[in-house]
Write a protein that binds this ligand. Structure first.
Ligand SMILES: Nc1ncnc2c1ncn2[C@@H]1O[C@H](COP(=O)(O)OP(=O)(O)OP(=O)(O)O)[C@@H](O)[C@H]1O
Ligand SMILES: [Mg+2]
Length: 590
């Protein structure tokens, strides 16, 4: 019932369609019964001992039988039209709703939910819901109603035969109930989980092929995919085996009512004079019981469909259950560009440990703070709290003294440039990619940004210059070149606050130098929070924070930290070695 309410709530604007379609479906089931009664009446006329009946009566019955049969079909058709109208609306609303929620998700949400996964979950489950509403739900009414109607008919004509018919039916129902109760709902969850796992592994397998080939590890990577298939197979077989005996008994019972009826009819004939009457009723029961059986069969699949639709809605709702970022009702304006962290803690959803734990520091406007520290220490997480990729669990991140939650997200994005570890360029022209930084910029401003980001040389060598589309016709840029284009975009944006997650892998020293120049232009005079992997680039920053285990382990300037002989000085020594190693000098392990 919960499911029905939920589905109905998604049909805004067409609320009446679904109930109407269910009503139509009920009427069409009634019509579906009538032809049988008219046929029975015809047989009765034909076998009547008093030949008073005329051809015209039989013809009337025949027409009525045909008319009600056609009427039933027409009504059923109307039912489907209505249910489809409701289902399309619901499917549309579910998708739209999910997308709207996803747009409001904190940006960090997309780390764990790739666009492919999001699309798949929404697509698959929205269309399951559609199928359920358009077809299975209207059929449900018939499935519930028909057995009742037939039950009435069964008793109206001959109660003894009625009872005889009921014996196998009740037995079958008991078995059915037993099977349904037998954790079939839990099965649905496991079933859909295995299916999703199998799909994910298949995608993972295909995606990993290049890596696999390079490392010659065919068997290893195939193993997960293979295991997920085996797991699915085992589960389905186990489930099928559970159903084997009850299902066979059930099918035999429900389709074999005639085997109960025939001997019963013979016995009744022995004790009655009205043989023709009994034969007549026997025929009627033979006519009507398959209708009954059919509907009971349908109800089995319905239970399955119900489970599936329920699961589908849950999956979509689970996907977007991460709290969307709240927008302040009265956003405050940003007037200063200093940043401060006040006792900030943050834990990833589902994790049992704080990724950021009681952090306090501030960056005066126009100065630079660098984050360094071991991998997994929490640098990226910390930096991402500034542009509200996630909201803090405790404490406040403030810009110009105002909690970032009190700033409008538009304003926040307008004032921060976030330079990612992995830049993302769109399959559009370079011009469009750079212009994203500031859609109102003139071509001169764009060229200026291009020059500052050291991109002139990239553009000059491309056939269509700035109008070259990347990713099409094999026009791909090297990693370092992509980064410089992304920097041009950030320079064009000219935001007063820069949050940078420095790329770990530069292509070559020459590229690195160019990127360094571009970065210097970008950060000139700005408030900067940067994550550094190459320590030489932060020797002159105002303050360095060593982040370890979500906490600030050390802080100070480069020289101060070296004198402490702690984590930083260790890292510096390591770094010196690696630099010597790269430029081919002798490594000094002392
Ligand atoms: N999206 C996420 N969901 C759950 N946990 C995460 C997520 N991203 C990071 N973590 C966890 O949070 C901790 C801090 O990770 P973070 O990426 O901030 O480290 P880092 O200092 O940037 O490391 P690196 O130098 O390798 O980039 C790690 O333990 C990591 O496993
Ligand atoms: Mg990181």
């Amino acid at each position: 019932m919960n499911l029905l309410k939920k589905l109905q709530s998604y049909t805004t604007g067409r609320k009446i369609m679904l109930p109407l379609s269910l009503l139509m479906s009920a009427i069409s089931s009634l019509f579906g019964m009538l032809p049988y009664i008219f046929i029975w009446l015809i047989i009765r006329e034909l076998t009547s001992s008093s030949p008073t009946s005329t051809n015209s009566v039989i013809t009337t019955y025949a027409w009525l039988a045909l008319g009600t049969a056609v009427g039933g079909v027409v009504l059923y058709f109307t039912t489907l039209v209505l249910s489809h109208l409701a289902a399309f609306r619901a499917e549309n609303n579910i998708r739209q709703n999910a997308m709207e929620n996803i747009i409001g998700m904190p940006l960090g949400f997309f780390d764990n939910n790739t666009s492919g996964r999001v699309r798949k979950i929404i697509d698959d489950n929205a269309s399951i819901t559609h199928g359920f509403m358009a077809h299975q739900l209207p059929d449900l009414v018939g499935t519930i109603l028909m057995p009742f109607l037939t039950l009435i008919l069964i008793f109206v004509f001959d109660w003894r035969m009625g009872i005889t018919t009921l014996i196998p039916i009740i037995a079958a129902m008991v078995i059915l109930g037993y099977m349904m109760g037998n954790n079939s709902k839990q099965f649905m969850t496991t079933y859909m989980n295995s299916l999703e796992e199998m799909n994910t592994e298949a995608v993972e397998y295909v995606r990993g092929i290049p890596v696999v080939k390079v490392f010659q590890q065919t068997v290893f990577s195939f193993k997960n995919f293979y295991n997920s298939i085996v797991k699915y197979k085992n589960m389905v077989i186990k489930y099928t085996n559970i159903w084997e005996k009850p299902m066979s008994t059930y099918t035999v019972l429900i389709n074999g009512i005639v085997f109960f009826l025939a001997p019963a009819a013979i016995i009744f004939m022995d004790s009655s004079q009205n043989h023709i009457g009994i034969i007549l009723n026997f025929f009627f029961y033979i006519l009507i019981t398959p209708v009954f059986a059919q509907n009971i069969m349908k109800s089995m699949y319905l239970n399955h469909a119900f489970g599936q639709a329920d699961e589908a809605i849950k999956r979509i709702e689970n996907l977007v259950k991460t709290k969307p970022l709240t927008e302040p009702a009265k956003p405050e304006p940003i007037t200063r560009f200093d940043i401060s962290f006040n006792n900030v803690s943050f834990r990833y959803p589902g994790s049992d440990k704080n990724a950021i734990d009681g952090i306090n520091f501030s960056i005066p406007a126009g100065s630079t703070v660098a984050l360094v520290g071991p991998s997994g220490g929490g640098k990226t997480t910390l930096a991402r709290l500034v542009p509200r990729f996630w909201d803090t669990d405790q404490g406040e991140v403030r810009i110009g003294g105002i909690n970032v939650k009190k700033l409008s997200s538009y304003d926040l994005m307008q004032h921060i440039s976030f330079v990612f570890q992995n830049t993302h360029l769109f399959k559009k022209s370079l011009l469009e990619n750079i212009r994203l930084g500031n859609p109102d910029s003139s071509i001169d401003e764009i060229y200026k940004a291009v020059d500052m980001a050291q991109c002139r040389e990239i553009i000059d060598k491309l056939p269509d210059g700035l109008d070259t589309k990347i990713g099409i016709d094999g026009t791909y840029l090297s990693g370092g070149e992509q980064q410089r284009i992304a920097l041009a975009r950030a320079i064009l944006k000219d935001a007063p606050i820069i949050v940078m997650d420095e790329a770990t892998a530069f292509t070559d020293p020459e590229n690195e130098d160019l990127i360094r120049i571009a970065l210097d232009k970008l950060t000139e005079g700005k408030t900067v929070l940067t994550i550094a992997h190459r320590l030489n680039s932060i020797k002159n920053v105002d303050k360095i924070l060593v982040i370890n285990d979500g906490k600030i382990a050390e802080q100070g300037s480069h020289t101060e930290l070296l004198n402490k002989n702690g984590i930083y000085s260790g890292m510096w020594n390591e770094f010196q070695k690696s630099v010597k190693w790269t430029i081919g000098k002798e490594v000094n392990y002392a």
